[in-house]
Design a protein around this ligand. Structure first.
Ligand code: URA
Length: 233
């Protein structure tokens, strides 16, 4: 990016005024007064205007990823396992909002908008989260009702949830659960509490956002209406 554009993107002044500032010797690159107004900023350059370091405001980006299992919800992993940010085809650094377990798949938002991320993760404004669950054994209606009412998951009783039993075979039950809070490994702990460990878990919805037909491992940009919805609710 050309230096005058960089200075304008940082919200200091217009491109034209930035050129004037360069002419006045008020802009330094890596400690040296810049003489060339056509300079292109390189990765790692330290730019100062009137002695103050500047960084251009980054364009905000918002993605919805269909996370595969076998990915860590993080930007880096000490053990070298794959991380979800590898699946976002954007040179802008993004970070995941909230967390899905290594073995959970489904809807995950990634953004560089710290303000929205804090809002979404704040316990007071929990968006309903919908999960498709395959649980071991046959979950009875009575057990589904217990899950809906609230179960003790180890020092914490979950708040009301909605459970829909979809079908079962001899060994497992397919169910949908919507929760309104986000404790660590909550859905797994809830099903375990009623005697049916989770075999497979996929988040399919967050508020009115859904995973839809997005293929596993693929991501898409959120639409302006979706971004607006997340900011507004
Ligand atoms: N609940 C869980 O148990 N795991 C997840 O990844 C998300 C919700």
């Amino acid at each position: 990016m050309r230096i005058n554009q960089y200075i304008a993107a940082a919200g200091i002044t217009s491109r034209r005024k930035a050129d004037e500032m360069i002419g006045e010797g008020r802009v330094r690159v890596n400690g040296q007064v810049l003489e060339n107004p056509g300079y292109h900023v390189q990765d790692g350059d330290v730019i100062e205007v009137d002695g103050n370091k500047i960084t251009p405001a980054q364009k905000k980006v918002y993605y919805l990823l269909n996370k595969p299992t076998g990915y860590v919800t993080s930007t880096a992993d000490k053990e070298g396992r794959p991380v979800v940010t590898e699946l976002v085809p954007d040179s802008t650094r993004v970070f995941p909002v909230g967390r899905l377990d290594y073995n959970t798949s489904g809807l995950l938002i990634l953004t560089n908008d710290g303000e929205l991320s804090n809002k979404l993760m704040h316990p007071s404004g929990e968006f309903p989260k919908k999960y498709l669950v395959r649980a071991a054994g046959i979950v009875t209606l009575a057990e589904a009702k217990m899950l809906e009412k609230g179960v003790d998951i180890g020092g914490f009783v979950t708040s009301p949830a909605e459970v829909h039993l979809i079908k079962h075979d001899r060994n497992s039950t397919l169910a949908e659960i919507t929760i309104h809070e986000g404790k660590n490994r909550q859905v797994r702990r809830m099903f375990k509490a009623v005697g049916h460990p989770v075999l497979e878990l996929c988040r399919t919805g967050l508020g009115n956002l859904t995973i839809g037909k997005l293929a596993i491992g693929q991501c898409r940009k959120l639409s302006p209406a979706e971004i607006d919805y997340l900011k507004r609710v």
